[in-house]
Design a protein around this ligand. Sequence first.
Ligand SMILES: NC(=O)c1ccc[n+]([C@@H]2O[C@H](COP(=O)([O-])OP(=O)(O)OC[C@H]3O[C@@H](n4cnc5c(N)ncnc54)[C@H](OP(=O)(O)O)[C@@H]3O)[C@@H](O)[C@H]2O)c1
Length: 272
Amino acid sequence: MTTLLLTGATGLVGSRLLPRLADAGFACRALVRRDVALPDGVTALRGDLDDPDSLPSAVAGVDAVVHLAALFRTDDEDAIWRANLDGTRHLVDAVTAHAPDARVVMASTGNVYDATAAWPSRETDTCSPTLAYPASKLAAEGVLRDSGLTWSILRLPFVYGDGDGHLASMPRLAPRFGLHPAHTYSVAHHRDVAAIVRLALTGAADGRIVNLTDDAPVTVWEMAELAGEPVEPSAAPLEHPWAGRMDGSLARELGFRPTVPTIRAAAAEGIL
Ligand SMILES: NC(=O)c1ccc[n+]([C@@H]2O[C@H](COP(=O)([O-])OP(=O)(O)OC[C@H]3O[C@@H](n4cnc5c(N)ncnc54)[C@H](OP(=O)(O)O)[C@@H]3O)[C@@H](O)[C@H]2O)c1
């Protein structure tokens, strides 16, 4: 049985990934900073990426690490860099010292890609993010890539589903970030985050950066409609038509098939 450590297990993505990994037969440890209810059979390991001394006991003996923990829902840029870059460095150092044969699967973000892209962004595209969140995630990717460990990096799109409230937040996010209603996001359901993480845990994505997308990008307009709260219409031209869009062909070449192909399929299945 593969023993894995999940960081970020209490987050929007991790709390939905953890039960799926446990159900799939992985012996799961979860790095947690506080008392929290975890699925049956999961071992809680107290630790904080800010505290390197808390990490050796969490990683010792694991076959794999799935690294989701990150900070981005804040304006505190120093804290974002500390959690995302320094935190990843601390984790990578601990794995290197105490579980050097472990496979490390790290979640990154499609936000690393340039908004001015001329096509749906590919893993090989040059990225030069300036905002703290994507810049710190790209730097953290570099730490893992240069570590000498066995790694893969999954660039996640807008993740939704299982009643997580993310889609429902779109009508509020759209005016806050000045999103045109025709702005189009690549998206994926939590079930397919689990699917691609499981694929990466087989080694199929070793040494690669891989975009995750479902089969049908979706507009802010449609997301807001699905959330039951339409956004303001606009006939103005869309400034950057490819911003938010990722090319998902590499994942498919590696064997990934979305189990929730479109957001409308999720709506029909009652798993939004
Ligand atoms: N959600 C999306 O649509 C989306 C899209 C693209 C990429 N991603 C990526 O997916 C990952 C998870 O995102 P999310 O939406 O689940 O984020 P989230 O809801 O904000 O959760 C963040 C998680 O990281 C943990 N964490 C933060 N700082 C930590 C530290 N210093 N030490 C240990 N744990 C720490 C948090 O623990 P506490 O509960 O203790 O705070 C929480 O479990 C991130 O890497 C993100 O970049 C997400």
